[in-house]
Design a protein around this ligand. Structure first.
Ligand SMILES: NC(=O)c1ccc[n+]([C@@H]2O[C@H](COP(=O)([O-])OP(=O)(O)OC[C@H]3O[C@@H](n4cnc5c(N)ncnc54)[C@H](OP(=O)(O)O)[C@@H]3O)[C@@H](O)[C@H]2O)c1
Length: 296
């Protein structure tokens, strides 16, 4: 059993700490000043005292740093410079983008450092707790910390995957491109259906999108269907005209995704280059500046 301190009690910190508490660890203190952090701590970590970050860091065997990515370098440096971290202590952060370099000030005082990123989206409520079951955690740690890092992930209900230090950015870009841009894509698709008069855009899309997501995760590019891979030039042309007339705000991303889709379908040989060229010309024309702009 470890005594764990949490800086701060945000969406991730409060939920991971609650899970580690269930696993038998003692959550000794947490930091958080906003009403949101205080409410989360009260709901997910009842009885855990709220303290200043330096006091939390001093009080624990394992310090969980769950602050925003951009704050992390400064928080680690301030805690190290103020003597709040110590040799042999575990210092763990949950950022996807950062690896171990950001924890260098902690490593310099002899702390064991670990990057432990849950590949999950958090609401900061109890609904997140069961989503941790089977969740993948991107781990970066040295040989001495490997076992503890994997144990923590298992106690959280997750599965570990190891990410090399120099690949953290790319690993995180892959997750963000998939999960964050998917939200934008789905929202735009709902906008188009709403503009087409659908009373239930989400309900209309759900079975289709769930099937497409399952197929893509299983088969990659081979799962692709639709006008681009069929080479249906006239259908793509009609899409572009209708989008331009009704929801021109979604045209740039439709064109960008259609270009990427086309490239991949040509590369795997499913669209003839001659067909692809016709579609590409349409896509280019749809977002080309008007002649009035070109005069400037
Ligand atoms: N949200 C997700 O879905 C998700 C998923 C995976 C990984 N992560 C990663 O987990 C980390 C935390 O994200 P989050 O979404 O939980 O953030 P969050 O909900 O915004 O919570 C951040 C916490 O850090 C505290 N904090 C902010 N600035 C601080 C500072 N300078 N010193 C001390 N404490 C400070 C905040 O306290 P106050 O409220 O008092 O300001 C709050 O308790 C990030 O590295 C993020 O990339 C997030």
């Amino acid at each position: 059993m470890l005594s764990i301190g949490v800086v701060g009690a945000g969406k991730v910190g409060a939920v991971l700490a609650a899970r580690l508490r269930e696993a038998g660890h003692e959550i000794i203190a947490a930091a958080g000043e906003s009403d949101a952090s205080r409410d989360r701590a009260a709901a997910l970590l009842p009885g855990v005292p709220l303290m200043k970050p330096s006091a939390v860091a001093r009080s624990c065997d394992l310090l969980l740093l769950t602050v925003p990515d951009d704050m992390l370098p400064n928080v680690v440096r301030v805690l190290a410079d103020s003597g709040s971290l110590r040799e042999g202590q575990y210092v763990v952060h949950t950022s996807g983008r950062h690896g171990l370099a950001v924890l260098a000030p902690a490593a310099a005082v002899g702390a064991h450092v670990i990057a432990l990123h849950p590949a999950m989206t958090f609401t900061g409520t109890s609904v997140d707790l069961e989503r941790l079951d089977g969740c993948v955690f991107g781990l970066t740690a040295g040989p001495d910390e490997r076992l503890l890092a994997e144990d923590l992930v298992r106690e959280l209900g997750g599965r570990p995957t190891w990410v090399p230090e120099e690949m953290r950015g790319l690993y995180h870009a892959g997750l963000a491109h998939g999960a964050n841009h998917l939200v934008t894509l789905v929202s735009e698709a709902m906008d188009l259906l709403a503009a087409a008069g659908s009373a239930d855009p989400a309900g209309t899309l759900r079975p289709l999108l769930e099937a497409a997501l399952d197929n893509a995760l299983e088969r990659g590019d081979a799962a692709l269907t639709g006008p681009i891979v069929r080479g249906d030039v006239q259908t793509v042309k009609a899409h572009l005209e209708d989008i331009k007339a009704n929801r021109p705000d979604t045209l740039p991303s439709y064109v960008a995704m259609a270009r990427a889709t086309l490239d991949r379908a040509v590369t795997d040989g499913r669209v003839l280059p001659i067909r692809a060229l016709s579609i590409l010309r349409l896509l280019d024309a749809a977002v080309a500046p008007t002649s009035r702009h070109q005069d400037h």
